[in-house]
Design a protein around this ligand. Structure first.
Ligand code: 2AM
Length: 175
């Protein structure tokens, strides 16, 4: 049976993706890694891995029952994880709603047999990949804010060697 590589996450508005890409171009040297395409900038809530349609349907049904208010996200932190070679954009103060939503989706995923990393959830948007050498991070004088009013299920697709995240379904965040 066929599987798809899926994850729950937050899509970012197009305008914010463009703002982040402009900031990235002046905050980091051009040749230190592989920049993630603007349309691919997102925040992962729960990674599901390669799953069959049946499991994806069950997890989507659980997601559709989630009742949580939206929240405001302020992206004002950046960091470098040398081992995976990731430079990321994050938040100094994760909103409670974001942590609750991720915890719920991750526990539902785990209960349905999707292995969840034992590492604590660290909300982030991957900006650059393949950054293995040390780099100096930009001063923390930036802040991008947006209102999060929904969460989504994405499929990670590889076409002609390129990764693209295709949005499959979204659910509103409102009580
Ligand atoms: P990353 O950006 O930190 O690499 C699609 O691949 C999304 O799922 C990416 O945001 C990626 O996070 C995340 N992801 C990929 N593999 C993962 C794993 N094994 N555990 C947790 N998240 C993962």
């Amino acid at each position: 049976m066929q599987t798809r590589r899926l994850f729950f996450g937050l899509a970012l508005p197009d305008a914010l993706q463009q703002q982040i890409v402009s900031w990235r171009a002046q905050a980091f040297p051009a040749d230190i890694g592989y920049p993630v395409a603007a349309a691919n900038l997102h925040l992962t809530l729960a990674f599901l891995g390669d799953v069959h349609t049946e499991k994806a349907t069950a997890l989507s049904q659980l997601a559709a029952r989630i009742r949580q208010p939206g929240f405001s996200l302020t992206l004002n932190d950046a960091g470098h994880w040398p081992r995976p070679g990731v430079v990321w954009l994050g938040t100094r103060q994760a909103p409670r709603g974001l942590l609750q939503l991720a915890a719920l989706l991750r526990s539902q995923a785990a209960r349905n047999g999707c292995h969840q990393s034992p590492q604590p959830f660290h909300p982030h948007i991957t900006l650059l990949r393949g950054v293995t050498q040390p780099l100096s991070l930009p001063p923390r004088d930036f802040a991008f804010s947006c209102d999060i009013t929904q969460f989504s299920l994405f499929q990670s697709m590889q076409t002609q060697g390129r990764t693209r995240y295709h949005l499959l379904d979204s659910w509103p965040l409102s009580e």
